[in-house]
Design a protein around this ligand. Structure first.
Ligand code: UDP
Length: 233
């Protein structure tokens, strides 16, 4: 299969005209690639967690690119054109929000916040507002509103799922793509690499902040997330 894209944590191969294979690597990066390490087994865990989350979302009516999990590290997905937006939902303050606005980590928001950045590594993924995204012709107004309402719906479904797993969903990043018919579907992955997850009782961090801030063993945290999600009734 021809490799058509090599990302920081995943590679993408062309299967045929309509389908691609995503390969989950063990690379961990932070600060737009400034910090890098290979963490043995991370790709396998992220593939399993993404498989579980996408299947759950689809069972609740969310349309995604996901077709099937092929192996420990591979997924078959529908070929889409990724919309170059990093869509971020926040239920609590943390990370860049805390830093930018001087808000202590862990403030629970009355309403989830929705924000978008321009997905462009060379520019360091700059923050955008709706007008900017429309001016740059990344989306039109209708598409912007569709992405916003889909993201909020996904947040509701996943906040409830994680709550049942004894985990607080603090924030997360989504990416959307357009399929051949121009339909907007959820793409990319959903794993502890691109969300913040805190243990509901101890508030222990179970996500990539363990790597970003050298807090502890990343793999054991990701294993806890997978095990708890697997056991949700
Ligand atoms: N995030 C991501 N990729 C990015 C930027 C952010 O997956 O390029 C995720 C991150 O893991 C967190 C959420 O989006 O769950 C919010 O990230 P934030 O803006 O706080 O940025 P950070 O300082 O964590 O990079």
């Amino acid at each position: 299969m021809k490799k058509i894209y090599s990302g920081k944590a995943k590679d993408v191969f062309e299967k045929n005209e309509n389908e691609v294979v995503i390969y989950f690597k063990d690379d961990a990066t932070a600060g737009n690639g400034a910090k890098h390490a290979i963490i043995e087994g991370k790709g396998i865990l992220n593939n399993k967690i993404t498989d579980l989350i996408f299947k759950h979302l689809m069972s609740k009516g969310i349309e995604t690119h996901f077709i099937s999990k092929l192996s420990d590290r591979e997924q078959l997905v529908k070929k889409v054109t990724i919309i170059p937006l990093e869509v971020i939902l926040r239920n609590y303050s943390a990370g860049s929000f805390s830093k930018r606005y001087g808000v202590k980590e862990g403030k629970k928001f009355k309403e989830p916040t929705f924000e978008i950045s321009y997905k462009e590594d060379a520019l360091n993924d700059p923050l955008l507002n709706k007008d900017h995204a429309i001016a740059m012709e990344i989306v039109d107004e209708k598409e912007y509103e569709e992405i916003k309402s889909k993201s909020k719906e996904i947040n509701k479904i996943l906040t409830s799922l994680f709550e049942r797993a004894g985990i607080i969903l603090v924030d997360f990043k989504l990416e959307f793509g357009k399929d051949k018919e121009g339909k907007i579907v959820l793409a990319d992955e959903f794993s502890p690499d691109n969300c913040r997850l805190w243990d509901s009782k101890t508030l222990k961090k179970l996500d990539k902040d363990n790597f970003r801030n050298d807090l502890g063993n990343l793999i054991s945290s990701y294993e806890i997330v997978l095990e708890r999600l697997t056991n949700v009734k």
